[in-house]
Design a protein around this ligand. Sequence first.
Ligand code: PAF
Length: 254
Amino acid sequence: MNKFDSLSDWQNFRSRLKGSLGFVPTMGALHDGHLSLIKQSLSDNKYTLASIYINPTQFNDTNDLKNYPQQMDKDIKILQEIGCDFVLTPTYEQIYPDNFNYKVSEQNLSKLFCGRSRPGHFDGVLTIVLKLLNIVQPTKVYFGKKDFQQYLLVKNMVEAFFIPTQVIGCENIRETDGLAMSSRNFKLCPEKRKTASLFYKILKDSKNPEEAIAQLKKENFKVDYVEDCWGRRLGAVYLDNVRLIDNIKLGELI
Ligand code: PAF
């Protein structure tokens, strides 16, 4: 696997690369959810690049950024083992020469759900994704549908700006107890990790969002939102200040 710390080294290399390139953007702390995206990319494309960059502009809470899990050496090893071709690990100075003076701002979807409680979050996400797409120039880019709102916003941005990349959404990958895989799960203590599995079960088994909210509160989750939209039931909760999000297709409800 080739590791690129420098954007210009990558861009030189990219200009000579022939054949399809799949791209999986990540903030590291890789888990099986990321690996399923990488596997999909490996099977769809001649080459696959993963990026590891904890993007500060999408964190509206400095503590959340400070506590975000980091394991660069382990992540590089995981990528090597799975057969990823390239990894890009840029710095803030390289990515934000303008110090986030220019940003992408969506006016509708980004204000709902996660955007309501995390002001500016999606400006940061869309800006970094646009920058990375311009730098990587992939044939296809892969996003997990756990972050369903993020997936839709990126898909719409790619259309709005005529970016010649296909956005591929991949279904949620879950732990055996149903909890959606997330780097944030690493932050839960064993007791809360056990409670966390109820999030998925309650979303799935409740008749409507109101019932889900009541059940979640009973189990001591702090509920940000549960709502039905886009044929899905979407939810965000906190357990000990760890934010968890999830969604399921409404057809999967019992
Ligand atoms: O989903 C994520 O991990 C991040 O939002 C992304 C897409 C890598 C942008 O920083």
